[in-house]
Design a protein around this ligand. Sequence first.
Ligand code: C5P
Length: 234
Amino acid sequence: MRNPIIVALDVPAADAALKLVEQLAPVSGGFKIGGELFTSAGPDIVRRIRERGALVFLDLKFHDIPNTVAKAVASATRLGVQMLTIHTSGGFEMMRAAEEAAQQTAKQIGGPAPLVLGVTVLTSFNGSTLAEIGCEANVGAQVERLATLAAKAGLRGLVCSPLEIADLRQFLPSHMQLVTPGIRTGAEKADDQKRTLTPREAMDAGANWLVIGRPIYAAENPRRAAEKILESIF
Ligand code: C5P
């Protein structure tokens, strides 16, 4: 069975990231590069991780006019990432342009298209922060609206909170891949993640991939922490 653990490389520079990759590649399904690492280490960090044969999830949450997002997705595809994120609130045309760019660029370079993942409502939002920006003040309804739009636009995956998985599975096409952060084993100390599930619970609810950061990279022994999580899943 495929290893669903994607380790979030939330570290500031390439050397720390590569050290984690070295330790964790044999026990992980892939690595997530976000804004902090990408802005400091650049596309070269993606190439260096790909050289080691690991899957890369480029989490830059693109949100712009359709043409600009399509070009960014094309660049990420040429860079060789397997997953990337866009904001579903960028709208139907933007999402469709992103998916098309992934498919067409992959065809040109003769590889598989990366999974373009839609981000719905950020977990830092609640009813009042949604209302503040002029959206319906109901997080669940807004997530459902954006997830439905993403599926219509042809996206093949979404990032969601682990507590949204069961609801999303009720109405999304079954091929839609769900990627979830907010995973905690119960063994680590409390941090800013408030609404969490364990790896086992998230997989049982229907997650395809688990994005896990601090419970692995901040553990005393990151490799052992990842192994323990794997054992809890299979
Ligand atoms: O350390 P932790 O396991 O909380 O890391 C989770 C990762 O997932 C971080 O990179 C964080 O930015 C990301 N993420 C999140 N919640 C979201 C979207 C992304 O925690 N809603």
